[in-house]
Design a binder for this molecule. Structure first.
Ligand code: ATP
Ligand code: MG
Ligand code: MG
Ligand code: MG
Length: 574
């Protein structure tokens, strides 16, 4: 500790709102460098690397192969997938000296798809799982809580490539198991909730939520069994079969860009959701507009979620013509109170809905060019293939206190969590966009199907800290602690020499050891306080008894203290 690049703080940093952030800064693990950007100090880097090592081990265990992409990427691939536009303000864009456009990647589906297309082309090459641990950039509207929501953060992103839907389901199942192992090994209390992915393809999307008061996600859990679901989740069995062969809607050019005002007029004219008082100045969360496809008798429904009360250029709004929305709205129409509560940006996100302003639309997304007057049709592009083939989407309405749908004994309660992982059966959204095929056994091309799987590596560090702390500091699980043991001399005599010798023996036995060899003027109280703040699982206090061969072993999590013989220390801790 006399040479460690560390300054612990006695006071809480002013900007820190949540315990993990406060403690990680106070204990000298991280330091704010930019809005939503943090420097990893030596202690923090040790923890981060241990978390990453666990992620690597579990990814390798399911056959994942590590690659590493640049974060700085040219526009083209994202243009082609439609996400250059779909991401809107969420991505950082920049230009090089020649004026060519780049982005700092928020996630890498495009690049992985292109890489596989570049190198693999036969059915024999598949399946394959590739992954990286990489810095991601997102211009989050509200970076907060230190590492929990950064604008630059570390993510493990993995991608599976399979020949068949069955193969995709297997790859997904493997990741699900790997994620359970990862989060168990990280000592996290977590729940897997269904996060219906709707138009993003297929039935499979689940989020791993770490229980935390400060989390931004709410979910319901059963008081008696393991049932859990996202509060906005729509349960699968998905979309009507008719959606599958859904032909693309025609594209028409309309000169005007519809505005919120024009949609408000339309919503008012139709008295939607029992409300006739939509105004542009209102905090307009949802506008529901009915549209008819050219030539079609049946109207379809366009649901637009508008975040906030601004006059929004619809090119930046998420929207989608989605048959599921029709079903949803039929339910909701009878319950106007639910309309405001449940159809909105969040549910749209759950449905994988993205609104694109770009006519080169990605499959699974919709492009709105018109529809600013009742009776006029909108012009959209929808790719039917992304919808799952059976059943209907059903909205789950949850209240605490409701009986559990899964068991006879429990009731539902609302809980809070933070998303630490997300697994996703993407299907052919990206492989369609790029035309990724393999030559099949019969000589015919097979369109590859994809999954994507993310772990918030830096967020996990904060999640662990959030779940493992007390008023005195951090309480790391042994699997990720920066040190296994802190050795603290308590006294000004020979204690330092004994502590140093003991520390060397522990290092020789393969343990991670932090020796408090700071000069004698540092009080024992300060040493203890720093040890508690830093939070290694064990401390050895070398005090007066050391002369008689006895030291104190402290267990950080339980506060247990016991005297043990110096000669037993190594065996007790290994
Ligand atoms: P959130 O709902 O918290 O915004 P997300 O759904 O946008 O997360 P994904 O695109 O699913 O995130 O990315 C995979 C993982 O990356 C998430 O599960 C989360 O753990 C992590 N992550 C996402 N955004 C951030 C961020 N701004 N800071 C830190 N970690 C993040
Ligand atoms: Mg996000
Ligand atoms: Mg999310
Ligand atoms: Mg997610």
């Amino acid at each position: 500790m006399s040479t460690l690049f560390l300054r612990t703080l006695r006071e809480d940093p002013a900007e820190a709102e949540v315990p993990s952030h406060r403690l990680l800064v106070r204990a000298g693990y991280i330091r704010r460098a930019a809005p939503g950007g943090y420097t990893w100090l030596p202690l923090g880097k040790l923890v981060l690397d241990r978390v990453a090592a666990i992620v690597h081990e579990e990814m390798r265990a399911i056959g994942g192969q590590e690659v590493h992409f640049p974060a700085l990427l040219p526009r083209e691939a994202y243009e082609k997938s439609g996400r250059w536009t779909a991401y809107g303000d969420d991505i950082f864009r920049l230009k090089d000296r020649r004026g060519a456009e780049y982005l700092l990647a928020p996630t890498h589906e495009e690049m992985f798809t292109l890489l596989v297309q570049d190198l693999f082309g036969s059915y024999r090459d598949f399946p394959v799982i590739l992954y990286q641990i990489q810095t991601k950039f997102r211009d989050e509207a509200r970076p907060r809580a230190g590492l929990l929501r950064g604008r630059e953060f570390l993510m493990k992103d993995a991608y599976s490539f399979d020949l068949s839907d069955e193969g995709l389901r297997e790859s997904y199942a493997k990741h699900r198991v790997a994620y359970q192992r990862i989060f168990e090994r990280l000592g996290l209390d977590f729940t897997i909730v269904s996060a219906q992915s709707g138009a993003m393809g297929g039935s499979g999307s689940e989020e791993f939520l770490a229980a935390a008061e400060v989390g931004e996600d709410t979910f319901v859990g059963c008081t008696a069994c393991a049932y859990a679901a996202n509060t906005e989740a729509v349960t699968t069995p998905a979309v009507p079969a008719s959606a599958v062969d859904h032909p693309p809607l025609e594209v028409h050019d309309t000169p005007e860009t519809p505005t919120i005002a024009s949609l408000v007029d339309l919503a008012n004219a139709r008295g939607l959701a029992g409300r006739t008082d939509w105004t542009a100045a209102d905090t307009l969360k949802n506008v529901v507009v009915q549209l008819t496809r050219p030539g079609a008798a049946e109207p379809e429904l366009l649901v637009i979620g508008v975040p906030g009360d601004r006059e929004v250029d619809l090119r930046r709004v998420e929207a989608q013509v989605h048959p599921a929305a029709v079903t949803m709205f039929d339910d909701f129409a009878a319950r106007p109170d639910l309309v405001r509560g449940y159809i909105g940006p969040q549910i749209l996100a759950k449905l994988g809905i993205r609104y694109l302003a770009d006519p080169r639309v990605a499959p699974g997304s919709a492009w709105l060019t018109g529809a600013n007057e009742p009776g006029k049709h909108a012009t959209n592009v929808v790719h039917g293939r992304d919808f799952t083939p059976d059943g209907t989407i059903e909205a789950v309405e949850v209240r605490p206190g409701d009986p559990c749908p899964n068991c006879a004994d429990g009731t539902l309660e609302i809980r809070r969590g933070m998303e630490i992982g997300h697994i996703f059966q993407l299907g052919r959204r990206f492989t369609d966009a790029f035309g990724l095929d393999a030559l099949g056994q019969d000589g015919k091309p097979v369109r590859i199907t994809m999954g994507s799987y993310g772990v918030g590596v830096s967020r996990a560090v904060a999640a662990i800290a959030e779940q493992h702390c007390d008023e005195r500091g951090l309480v790391w699980p042994a699997s990720v602690a920066p040190f296994d043991v802190q050795v603290i001399p308590a006294g000004k005599g020979e204690q330092l020499a004994i502590a140093t010798e003991l520390a060397s023996a522990l290092v020789a036995a393969g343990l991670r050891v932090l020796l408090d060899d700071r000069p004698g003027k540092v009080s024992t109280g300060v040493r203890f306080a720093d040890a508690d703040l830093i939070g290694a699982p064990h401390s050895i206090v070398v005090g007066r008894g050391a002369a008689d061969g006895v030291v104190e072993l402290r267990v950080r999590a339980t506060d247990e203290r016991s005297d043990i013989a110096i000669s037993d220390v190594v065996t007790r801790l290994t």
